[in-house]
Design a protein around this ligand. Structure first.
Ligand SMILES: Cc1cc2nc3c(=O)[nH]c(=O)nc-3n(C[C@H](O)[C@H](O)[C@H](O)COP(=O)(O)OP(=O)(O)OC[C@H]3O[C@@H](n4cnc5c(N)ncnc54)[C@H](O)[C@@H]3O)c2cc1C
Length: 391
């Protein structure tokens, strides 16, 4: 029978690489298999890591690797459609430099995590695209497009929104459109003079817009605009000028910095806001889904990567603290599902502009109590089942 502490991780993105760091820390033998032949994919997009994501990284011992890239954000400004400031407040755990929000390119985050995995001696194979898996009581075998295979005691599907692992273990599950198109890009020299260190959210009449200025003066921005899903063909068409012009004309209806920032941008990218359905099955036998493969949310709350980092810690602790994959995956599911599905609901509600559905009669925990419960679960030295039982 295959050792459950031998893990095959499919997908070398944020969730997969972080999970490998956690599994190695928990004493597992782990290898990562990434479809892309090199590390240059998806260099364009940027994201913000929230304090909860930074806390998960710290528990993995990877905080320093990530604070070496990107830049910190310590406050949030909110503007209305006339450009008037509605609020300006500290953001997350500002007093601890290791836990501050961080703005960085997705490719930079991936590269930092992968370099840390390699530094710790974790094998990471590029050009390995999973196409099949055979899961039996004795072990699970991944089959790759190049004809090679890898067998382990557990297989972790961290292969993102369009997960092949999910298609194989939960063929009926289809991610759906969350009601918005998301534009993002960069303006080389900042057309705003706000300084660095804060993220500004603009409640525009036609779009939710956000921007942050890097210490080098580059403006990172995104815009979420209501609309149906763009087709794969529309998404694949590289037409930055067309998207920029359309967006500028929408944003110009307001008196905010948004239109000027977009007009000054050389690169403009677009994607659909997509989410996985609630109740998506996450595990079967020796195979488990994590990250976007399990619970992609619309980007409105900006929590997808942070949730993937939390997954990594909780998965490693679940396998460390359980007698086998079945109990570990059940424990993982019970710890993670309420939190990540709440994020899908909240984020989808923001994207659709609808109110957030509550469960009738459900107690509403205070934010502080929720934070304490999460911190107990993430703390490397606590027993996961005991920490979950206290909540
Ligand atoms: C526009 C936009 C803005 C966002 N902004 C934020 C933000 O500000 N903050 C935040 O926290 N999150 C944000 N997110 C979400 C965040 O990017 C994702 O939640 C996060 O990247 C999920 O990580 P992952 O590792 O699960 O998936 P991915 O990062 O997609 O990684 C999956 C990996 O699996 C590989 N792979 C795929 N198929 C196979 C296969 N068959 N075999 C082997 N490997 C495979 C892929 O090549 C990839 O490397 C945003 C998302 C979008 C779309």
């Amino acid at each position: 029978m295959s050792d459950p502490r031998r893990a095959v991780v499919v997908g070398g993105g944020i969730a997969g690489t972080a999970a490998a760091l956690g599994l190695r820390k928990a004493g597992c033998e782990v290898s990562v298999f990434e479809a892309y032949p090199d590390g240059a994919e998806d260099i364009g997009a940027f994201l913000t890591l929230a304090s909860n994501g930074m806390r998960a990284l710290a528990e993995l011992g990877a905080g320093d690797a990530v604070t070496a890239v990107g830049f910190p954000l310590t406050s949030l400004r909110v503007l209305d459609a006339r450009g008037a400031e509605l609020a300006h407040a500290p953001l997350g755990e500002v007093t601890d430099p290791a836990l501050r929000y961080r703005c960085l390119r997705r490719g930079e985050l991936n590269a930092a995590l992968r370099a840390e995995a390699v530094r710790r001696g974790i094998p990471l194979r590029h050009g390995a695209r999973l196409v099949s898996l055979t899961d039996s009581p004795d072990g699970v075998t991944a089959g790759f497009a190049d004809g090679t295979t890898a067998t382990g005691g557990v297989l972790i599907g961290a292969d993102g929104l369009n997960s092949t692992v999910r298609r194989l273990i939960a063929p009926g599950t289809r991610p759906g459109h969350a009601g918005q198109r998301v534009f993002y890009g960069y303006a080389d020299s900042a057309p705003v003079t706000d300084g660095t260190g804060h993220i500004t959210m603009v409640r525009g009449s036609e779009a939710a817009f956000g921007f942050a200025v890097s210490p080098a003066g580059e403006t990172y921005w995104f815009a979420r605009v209501a609309g149906g899903p763009l087709t794969a063909r529309e998404l694949a068409r590289s037409e930055p000028d067309l998207w920029r012009d359309r967006l500028v004309s929408l944003l110009s209806k307001d008196c905010t910095p948004a239109a000027g920032i977009v007009a000054a941008s050389t690169s403009v990218m677009v994607t659909n806001a997509t989410e996985t359905p609630l109740g998506t099955p996450w595990h079967t036998g020796r195979t488990l889904l994590i990250g976007d493969a399990a619970h992609a949310a619309s980007p409105a709350t900006g929590q997808g990567a942070s949730m993937a980092l939390e997954d990594a810690v909780i998965l490693a602790k679940a396998l460390r603290d359980s007698s086998g994959p079945r109990t570990a995956f059940a424990l993982y599911d019970s710890c993670r599902r309420p939190r990540v599905e709440h994020n899908i609901i909240v984020s989808g509600g923001i994207s659709r502009g609808t109110s957030i559905p509550g469960r009738p009669g459900a107690p509403v925990p205070s934010p502080r109590a929720e934070d304490d419960a999460l911190h107990r679960q993430l703390a490397w030295d606590t027993d996961l089942a005991a920490a979950a039982g206290e909540d």
